[in-house]
Design a protein around this ligand. Structure first.
Ligand code: CA
Length: 231
């Protein structure tokens, strides 16, 4: 068994097809039809991932995610959005959303995204290495990140993104590379996810963030140059 997935969706037909595809891949599935149900379910079970429809009757998916994060629940969340303005709301807010998929989606694609999110949350199999760039240290074993003495809380996806960059300081990664290597899929137009997560990691690392934007190419981490402005 790959673990329990909570699927929050008010449309029965979508619930049925998603359950079919997830169980076929070895997941067990519990469904919730409203935000209130979802929160009750999260307190009862400990799913490995949550598929969260944005448009729900009553409390919407965004509010559910907000409550989860306020409760310090960092279970990976994959949002299902129906419209572009929902994508903007999901990715523009500091919700710790791991990924999103736009309706109508292919169930196969959804399952691939869930697997990738669970894999990221589990962390890399090679534990133990501590990576350091500038003031930032990242421990793959304990999943902790520090800026000097200050501990920084990152979501599983943010952690993997930073770890990926820090594993090869100075190497410039394109957005497409990061999407494929960190998120585990490639998608035309999906690179906004990368930009949003980079912005969130930078915000959390603060002024001494070692993440550099290489214009027209992508991102890298590098030791800060004394006297130079960060990006
Ligand atoms: Ca809906």
């Amino acid at each position: 068994m790959r673990g329990l997935v909570l699927h929050v969706e008010d449309e029965p037909a979508i619930r049925d097809v998603v359950r079919l595809y997830l169980t076929r891949e070895g997941f067990s599935v519990v469904a919730a039809t409203s935000g209130e149900d979802a929160l009750a379910e999260l307190r009862r079970d400990r799913p490995v991932a949550v598929i969260l429809d944005v448009g729900l009757p009553g409390m919407d998916g965004i509010e559910v995610c907000r409550v989860m994060r306020a409760d310090n629940d960092w279970t990976p969340v994959l949002f299902c959005t129906a419209r572009d303005d929902e994508v903007d709301r999901v990715m523009g807010l500091e919700l710790g959303a791991d990924d999103y998929i736009t309706k109508p989606f292919s169930p196969r694609e959804l399952v691939a995204r869930v697997k990738a999110a669970v894999r990221r949350a589990a962390g890399p199999e090679t534990a133990g290495a501590v990576l350091r760039v500038g003031d930032v240290s990242l421990d793959r074993g304990s999943h902790e990140v520090f800026v000097a003495d200050r501990q920084v809380e990152l979501t599983a996806t943010e952690f993997e993104l930073l770890a990926h960059l820090m594993a090869r300081p100075g190497r410039v990664f394109t957005r497409e590379e990061l999407l494929s290597e960190v998120w585990g899929y490639s998608s035309a137009g999906g690179t906004r996810t990368v930009d949003v997560h980079i912005a969130q990691v930078r915000g959390k690392l603060g002024d001494t963030s070692p993440i550099r934007t290489v214009r027209g190419v992508g991102y890298s981490v590098a030791d800060p140059v004394p006297g130079a402005d960060g990006d």
